[in-house]
Design a binder for this molecule. Structure first.
Ligand code: C2E
Ligand code: CA
Ligand code: CA
Length: 393
């Protein structure tokens, strides 16, 4: 256990002290305690298989669910233990999210923390880590990112969205990829958070929008009329001229605004709502559609969400895949879909990996489905051919 490197996150200094004393008594020497996950996580070595994050579920600024999601998206190699005074269903949900992101979730502990249980989890981890081989995780540097953005390294891939009942292809989601000269095509885990930390997410988002609009034009000329969903970072919504610039660009490329959907993750919506509601309202007036992404993973304030002009709700893939066999996931999908429908929104199920997932999404009233069962994200020029072959199935 001496070789472990442990990060403890809790908004309560007293708990941090207690855990610190416990860890020292186990022989752990490399211990960092922090009351702010947002400050501590960027300094964490994501590639260290001996790293452990101990995290409280209820923290005001960035809660434990978001921490688990963040670690998953970063491809964190270490172990995660959550503690909470919440009921076991919530812990089960967090475990699902962790597993969906291929995280090593070592366990969940109630409060007050059971010394022996914690010791057992860390011992397992220490054994595990010595057997593990190092999995290198590619991350771009800020300089590489800056250069690449100027040299067209960024390219959108597109994943189809299909009408649950009619099977028709209705739209696509644009997902960022990076063409690396030596390492091939990289996925967003390698560069989105680097972009966010280095003030490069706004240019990256703008580039994704431009490339997606141009792709729409090419598809349209080939006889395809699809909606395109683009992932928006909250940074874009703090620029008051964002709607006007977007409209000008769509018009100059010749894309009707109602073919564009902007996806914003639920956790971002619930954080920065006041700053962004002005921009969101004006986007809506201009007929751009807004979608809440990764729904079910943050503790949203429903009253606030209801007041915002979202027309689509995307249920997080952590709950969709296997929902038919997991009562907790099933309940979350059902209540999210019911809520969205009551608010007049379109419901999208993402992470559909099997026919069973598809059937379950249909039964619970999801309008659109997206996932590996239908197609993996693909380069734009492959889409017309894929759509033609899909029609025959
Ligand atoms: P997301 O917006 O939730 O996108 C869905 C992710 O799930 C994509 O991963 C997609 O490839 C993957 N996926 C699709 N179907 C399935 C399935 O059936 N099973 C499983 N297990 N996964 C599936 P990807 O492309 O690696 O993107 C990861 C995340 O990176 C996205 O999650 C999004 O949050 C972020 N991202 C991607 N492109 C952009 C972008 O242009 N801007 C910003 N700000 N974020 C982006
Ligand atoms: Ca998305
Ligand atoms: Ca999502």
């Amino acid at each position: 256990m001496e070789k472990l490197s442990v990060l403890v996150l809790d908004d309560d200094d007293f708990i941090l002290d207690v855990v610190h004393v416990m860890l020292k008594s186990f022989g752990v020497t490399d211990i960092t305690c922090d009351t702010s996950a947002a400050m501590a996580l960027p300094t964490l070595d994501m590639d260290n298989p001996r790293s452990v994050v101990l995290c409280d579920l209820n923290m005001p600024e960035m809660d434990g669910v978001e921490v688990v999601r963040y670690l998953g998206q970063q491809g964190f190699c270490g172990g995660v233990i959550v503690f909470s005074g919440e009921d076991s269903r919530l812990l089960q949900t967090v475990a699902e999210i962790g597993r969906a992101h291929h995280l090593r979730l070592l366990g969940a502990l109630g409060k007050p923390i059971d010394r022996q249980a914690l010791s057992r989890m860390l011992q397992n981890m220490a054994k595990d880590a010595s057997a593990l081989h190092h999995r290198p995780h590619v991350t771009l540097s800020a300089a590489e990112l800056r250069d690449g953005l100027e040299n067209d390294a960024l390219t959108p891939y597109f994943q189809p969205q299909v009408d649950t009942l009619s099977r028709r292809v209705i739209g696509v989601e644009a997902l960022a990829r990076w063409r690396h000269p030596a390492k091939g095509i990289l996925s967003p885990a390698a560069f989105i958070s680097v972009a966010e930390q280095n003030a490069l997410i706004a240019p990256l988002t703008e580039r994704m929008i431009t490339l997606s609009l141009r792709q729409w034009q090419l598809w349209n000329a080939a006889g395809l009329d699809l909606t395109i969903s683009v992932n928006l970072s909250m940074h874009s919504l703090t620029r008051l001229d964002f709607p006007e610039r977007l409209v000008a660009e769509a018009q100059s490329i010749g894309v009707p605004l109602d073919r564009l959907v902007l996806e914003i993750t639920e956790s971002q919506v619930s954080q920065d709502i006041l700053v962004s509601s002005d921009v969101l309202a004006r986007l809506c007036l201009k007929r751009v559609r807004l979608s809440i992404d990764d729904f079910g993973t943050a503790y949203s304030n429903m009253e606030k969400l209801q007041m915002l002009p979202f027309s689509e709700l995307k249920i997080d893939q952590a709950f969709i895949h296997g929902a038919a066999k997991k009562p907790a996931s099933y309940a979350i999908v059902k209540s999210s879909a019911d809520l969205g429908r009551d608010l007049g929104m379109k419901i999208v199920a993402e992470g559909v990996e099997t026919q069973e997932d598809w059937d379950c999404a249909g039964e619970l009233g999801c309008d659109l489905i997206q996932g590996y069962f239908i197609a993996r994200p693909m380069p734009g020029d492959q889409m017309p051919g894929w759509v033609r072959s899909w029609k025959w199935r």
